[in-house]
Design a protein around this ligand. Structure first.
Ligand SMILES: *[C@@H]1O[C@H](CO)[C@@H](O)[C@H](O)[C@H]1NC(C)=O
Ligand SMILES: *[C@@H]1O[C@H](CO)[C@@H](O)[C@H](O)[C@H]1NC(C)=O
Length: 267
């Protein structure tokens, strides 16, 4: 346990000491708290001596790359002698497209190669991570200061509008997503409430159904009970009819007919 803590502390210390290669950006603050806009100038400052990871590579190249991946890298300054203190004012000329893809960046001193090639080696001295925000896209040559400042002032409002539009769009989208989530939650709650109601109704309904069933059972029995009486009366009537009418009638008629037929024959 202690060993793990010591190793972790050692790692932290080595990382922290590695950050001290840079005096600017400020190494004393946490990663990704500082930000600059494209077109702004970042003052980069470092102290002499190798404060990075691995052996002192002697000559280095200063790069900027994404904080979390090496998919993007751009050379700032080739062939930097790190045996002496130094500084470099860098006008942020990363394309807005790159900045919009990922806002998190880091400066890195890497072993010098000729021509400089970014290899993403562990043998490096990184700065604190920082954020770059989209800004006025600048032409690659920053020679004519007046024209760039003019273009900067002319494009800044546009860009602000763009970011405002972006922010508004984001806000609207966020609001929509929030509303949809609210709706979904409301629907779910409604469903749950309905389910509970149905369950309650079922629970109460079993008793009510029982009552209904009793109520249902009685009317039919009354109905069936009623007609049987009528049937009984009708049943009696048929027997009465059958007994008297058919039985007697049939028996009597033949006699009467026989008698009647017999009479003409007697005439
Ligand atoms: C960072 O901290 C070191 C040591 O505490 C200090 O010497 C240095 O001035 C600080 N740098 C900044 C930019 O505040
Ligand atoms: C960006 O700035 C660096 C340093 O000033 C320069 O070497 C490089 O050519 C510039 N890149 C672009 C694409 O403008």
């Amino acid at each position: 346990m202690r060993l793990i803590i010591c190793v972790a502390l050692g790692c932290l210390l080595s990382v922290v000491s590695a950050q001290y290669q840079f005096i600017l950006p400020n190494p004393n603050i946490t990663d990704l708290t500082e930000h600059w806009k494209v077109g702004e100038t970042i003052k980069i400052q470092w102290q002499g001596g190798w404060h990075g990871v691995g052996d002192d590579p002697g000559k280095t190249d200063l790069w900027i790359s994404w904080f979390r991946s090496n998919a993007f890298s751009q050379l700032l300054l080739p062939n930097v002698d790190l045996s002496k203190d130094g500084s470099f004012d860098w006008k942020v000329n990363v394309s807005n497209h790159i900045v919009e893809t990922d806002v998190q960046f880091v400066f890195r001193f890497c072993p010098h190669t000729d021509p400089p090639v970014f290899t993403g080696t562990e043998n490096e001295s990184p700065s604190r991570g920082f954020n770059l925000l989209p800004g006025p896209e600048t032409s690659s040559s920053a020679s004519s200061a007046s024209s760039t400042s003019a273009s900067a002032t002319s494009t800044t409002p546009n860009n602000k509008k763009k970011t405002n539009v972006g922010a508004i769009a984001g806000g609207v989208l966020g609001g929509l997503v929030f509303l949809i989530m609210l709706l979904v939650i409301a629907l779910l709650l409604l469903k749950l409430a309905r389910k509970r109601k149905v369950e309650k109704n079922n629970a109460a309904g079993e008793a009510a159904y029982g009552m209904l069933a009793v109520g249902n059972r009685t009317p039919p029995s009354e109905m069936t009970g009623g007609p049987p009486i009528k049937y009984g009366a009708m049943g009696q009537a048929p027997t009465e009819l059958y007994g008297g009418g058919v039985g007697g009638g049939v028996n009597q008629h033949p006699y009467e007919l026989d008698g009647g037929q017999g009479q003409p024959m007697r005439k």
